[in-house]
Design a protein around this ligand. Structure first.
Ligand code: FMN
Length: 340
């Protein structure tokens, strides 16, 4: 389906997608973005079936517009995907693996299928399999990073490789300039994670959010360090006391890393969170929050204040709308002057 038809089908005012950002993506955040005319996204991989049903119900109470449900394929997702589809979720996205084995179920339920990719090969496979939309995630991204290429090179090559399938750009899109640039690269919309860490509605621990506001791009680290619960997966997070001690120890390998086995924080039910656990701190976590995996992308240096999600959304929405207008009137290659 052409992009304009697809977005119309979803009732999107503008193709600005709040990327799934794990448990930080609260129902309030996702609903605010959908309600504003973009697409909010809930991360569904690590929720129990009951939590999922509650989340979808709560989201529907806040917005009648569609939102997305995201699944990470390194984990068992069959039952959870079934719940999302039965519940009538209209957009399903897959990350970290080939979602094509689930495609038939998604399509049969009448939902739109999105595959997040980190390489041109992955994008081609998704296009051949019949996905409706491909998200090209560049290496600048916060959280788990699928491929090795930067957004600047990945996006146009994915666009060329799978045309006319629409491509959404993700990774490093943290302000209106980056959103405009993504459209220049041939993307039809943007997939934004890190910037929404500073949304008022985000379920993010205050200490983590303060670090995001204070950080620059130099303060992120790409590593596989936070591997407890999700091994062998590269991610970008803020440098902190855990990463500093590990670097001082010569980047020692597990199980010989400094502080291995420490419990650094606790969830409200009292369960301990070990150092090197893969999850980021939500509001309700208590303890040495700073030492946890503080996911953030290279665009973090552009995130300077806590704002309502709808205000952040509007910045991207106007940039995308302007860039689309300019692209169609003057052509992608010759219109840079008109954009700024
Ligand atoms: C805190 C955080 C949690 C994330 N959790 C998920 C997730 O659950 N599922 C997923 O597909 N991607 C996840 N990602 C990756 C984002 O969906 C997205 O690809 C990335 O944030 C885009 O790059 P940016 O951070 O530079 O905007 C996460 C990213 C962050 C920052």
């Amino acid at each position: 389906m052409p992009a304009s038809q697809l977005f119309k089908h979803l009732g999107l005012r503008v193709p600005v997608f709040q990327a799934p950002i794990g448990a930080i993506a609260s129902v309030e955040l996702a609903a605010a973005i959908s309600e504003a005319g973009g697409l909010g996204h809930l991360a569904c991989t690590w929720r129990s079936p009951d939590q999922l049903r509650d989340m979808f119900r709560a989201a529907r109470a806040l917005t009648k517009r569609p939102f997305g449900a995201n699944f990470v394929l390194d984990f068992p997702i069959d039952e959870r995907l079934g719940i999302a589809l039965e519940d009538g979720v209209r957009v399903i996205s897959f990350f970290w693996g080939d979602g094509s084995t689930h495609l038939r179920r998604v399509k049969a339920a009448g939902a739109v299928a999105i595959q997040v990719v980190g390489s041109i090969d992955e994008a081609k496979r998704a296009a051949d399999a019949g996905f409706d939309l491909v998200v090209a995630q560049g290496r600048e991204a916060g959280g788990h990073v699928r491929g090795d290429l930067g957004t600047m090179t990945l996006v146009p090559q994915v666009v060329d490789a799978i045309a006319p399938l629409p491509v959404i750009a993700g990774g490093g899109i943290a302000d209106r300039r980056a959103a405009a640039a993504a459209l220049c690269l041939g993307a039809v919309g943007v997939w934004v994670g890190t910037r929404f860490l500073a949304a008022r509605e985000a379920n993010i621990h205050t200490e983590y959010q303060e670090r995001v506001l204070a950080a620059s791009a130099d303060d992120t680290l790409y590593s596989q360090l936070f591997d407890i619960g999700w091994p062998n997966a590269s991610l970008r997070s803020l440098k902190n006391s855990t990463t500093a001690r590990w670097e001082q120890a010569g980047r020692a390998l597990a199980p010989n890393r400094p502080g291995e086995g420490d419990i650094v924080a606790r969830r409200p039910d009292g369960t301990g969170i070990p150092r090197y656990f893969f999850g980021s701190p939500t509001r309700d976590v208590e303890g040495e929050v700073e030492a946890m995996a503080l996911y953030a992308g290279e665009g973090v240096g552009l995130v300077r204040s806590v704002q309502p999600a709808a205000t952040i959304f509007e910045e991207f929405a106007s940039a995308v709308a302007d860039a689309r207008k300019n692209n169609s009137s003057v052509g992608v290659t010759s219109h840079l002057g008109a954009l700024f």
